[in-house]
Design a protein around this ligand. Structure first.
Ligand code: NCD
Length: 307
């Protein structure tokens, strides 16, 4: 089925075939970028970027992807300079932005905002992260990065480490992985950062094969891919709880002495202290490459929905 005019709220809105089609399109976009070709796929189109929560990569890569395709953006990124500061509600904001543009990309601190926006908007809506719920375009980039690095996703052993409780990137990535056939997925986190029950129930339903471990050292020698996230400080209702978990894990060169050759480390960024900086310049580090793939992947997505 075509992605034309469709919303993207959850990674599960897409089939494996559609995801693989996006990978192929992203490869083409990459080629165009390298050849410095000008594209007019979005010529005459306006994309609204409604960001009610901080963002660097997601917002600017959507903006850059739009420009690269010849489109224009309206950026709505501050609660203080827009009518939200006067008490306007999100529903009215969405109604207006959908009248002013051809597609809305929205990020919000609240679970469910993107779905709600899609029910109000007359133009397609892309979820750029809603609270702790989902971040489907990041998951597409993550899956695309694995595919580029390893040539496949099926058959790989993948560890996800970090704040499994609150990271929306983790939820979307696990749902996305369930559409493929990894050999094994290890969920690695100390006891107080394990998956929320709702996410666990969903990956059980989806039939994802996984095993939970507390300490990365138990499995580091088996992993083809290690996906790390930061502790999601802003989602902790109790600052003391954050203080207790904030230094719960760290990837160091010493730990990687036991890694499987060819291990690649991914991270959606921003990273804080969870990966030692000395690793940035090693062959393990794939996170900057991963961030760079945000442009062709988001170009492929925008072109598929609006092109
Ligand atoms: C992530 C997010 O916003 O969920 N950032 C991103 O989009 N690359 C990850 C994070 O903030 O930890």
């Amino acid at each position: 089925m075509s992605l034309r005019n469709r919303d993207l709220i959850s990674i599960l809105d897409l089939s494996r075939n559609e995801i693989e089609e996006l990978f192929r399109k992203a490869d083409q976009m990459n080629k165009f970028l390298q050849e410095k070709k000008t594209l007019n796929t979005l010529s005459g189109k306006i994309i609204s970027l409604v960001f009610l929560e901080p963002s660097t990569r997601t917002m600017y890569s959507f903006q850059s992807a739009t420009y690269r395709l010849g489109g224009k953006t309206l950026v709505f990124a501050s609660k203080t300079t827009t009518s939200l500061a006067k008490g306007e509600n999100i529903a009215d904001t969405i109604r207006m932005m959908s009248a002013y543009s051809d597609l809305i990309v929205i990020r919000s601190p609240y679970d469910g905002t993107a779905l709600y926006a899609s029910m109000i908007s007359s133009v397609p809506v892309i979820n750029a992260g809603d609270g702790k719920h989902e971040h489907p375009t990041q998951a597409l980039i993550d899956l695309y990065t694995i595919y580029k690095l390893k040539g496949r996703i099926d058959g790989l052993t993948i560890g996800v480490l970090g704040d499994l409780k609150y990271a929306r990137t983790i939820a979307s990535l696990l749902y996305g992985l369930s559409l493929f056939s990894p050999r094994k997925v290890y969920l690695i986190s100390p006891g107080n950062l394990t998956l929320r029950e709702s996410v666990r129930a969903k990956i059980d339903d989806l039939g994802l094969e996984y095993e939970e471990v507390r300490d990365i050292r138990q499995v580091i020698g088996e992993l083809d891919i290690l996906y790390v996230t930061r502790i999601q400080r802003e989602r902790y209702p109790d600052p003391e709880e954050y203080e207790r978990v904030k230094n719960a894990f760290k990837i160091t060169e010493k730990l990687l002495e036991n890694a499987k050759p060819g291990l690649k480390i991914l991270h959606p960024l921003p990273k804080l202290d969870e990966i030692d900086k000395s690793i940035d310049n090693t062959d393990y580090a794939a996170y900057f490459y991963q961030a760079s793939l945000g442009i062709p992947l988001r170009m492929a997505l925008l072109a598929s929905i609006l092109g």
